[in-house]
Ligand binder design. Sequence first.
Ligand code: BJW
Ligand code: ZN
Length: 247
Amino acid sequence: MRVPEEVLELARTAKGVTVLTGAGMSAESGLATFRDAQTGLWAQQDPSELATPEAWEADPARVWAWYRWRMTLMTRAQPNAGHRALAEWSEAGDAHLWVVTQNVDDLHERAGSDVLAHLHGSIFALRCSRCGQDADAVGEPLTEPVERLDPPVCVHCGGLVRPGIVWFGEALPQDALERAEAATLSADLVLVIGTSGIVYPAAGLPIMAHHRGVPVVEINPEETDLSDIATATWRVPAGEALPALLT
Ligand code: BJW
Ligand code: ZN
């Protein structure tokens, strides 16, 4: 695969690279994105009925069944060539890479990257929805999707255990957001990979970089809400682009 000259030049000369990833990063690992019109998670389900605190309050068993099934899929998935290339880039030592992800899976880590910030939390970091303490009871494994499944119960207070992710209307983890902002300001290149750039404040990070004169490169087969502020766009899947960038 031929790497666009401008992208190659920016990647070769950068000393600090902030990489913002979204669901498209894990698409080639077989995990569905949110907003793809055919295969996206939101194509089948209404996000307001699943990914909001109100949905959880109204029907925790429905919400838990969906997340428990997605945990199964994420456990089965393997990092793809794009995840591996990012880890190798970091190990090569020519540049410092700060990986900032909106993904709640652990595929960056399993490929060998240190993730600076999980902006939307982690699906595996369970906590009590009442007292907030960490929980490790995953409950029964799911081998197929189900409509409803009772969430596990907190051993401290009897509250319901929820996934450690950020729903719409909830605040992002403050420390993760601060680290991501600091990395964005320190970088001399921001790579935006596999995100529609619709969800804030995450989408504000590359915009902030752009306003400060930091080049932004987008790797995504489709145009996005962030394409306009990108210095260069490369319309290829992440699993093909990133290995090519390293060779
Ligand atoms: C490929 C590919 C391949 C495919 N290679 N690419 C400012 C303006 C307007 C609204 C707001 C605003 N600020 C805040 C808001 C409200 C809201 C928001 O942004 N709404 C918008 C929809 C308008 N934001 C929030 O509510 C956030 N919280 C907040 O702001 O709190 C404020 C507050 C402060 C203090 C107290 C209280 C509150 C929280 C946002 C939480 C987002 N959560 C989700 C669900 C997580 C859990 C779960 O997994 O179920 O996070 S929503 C969902 O979207 C998920 C994702 O991380 C996020 C982003 O999606 P992503 O990753 O971009 O996926 P897609 O599907 O959209 O795109 C995939 C892309 O990949 C596509 O472009 C493809 O082309 C591409 N692709 N194959 C490369 N092989
Ligand atoms: Zn509790």
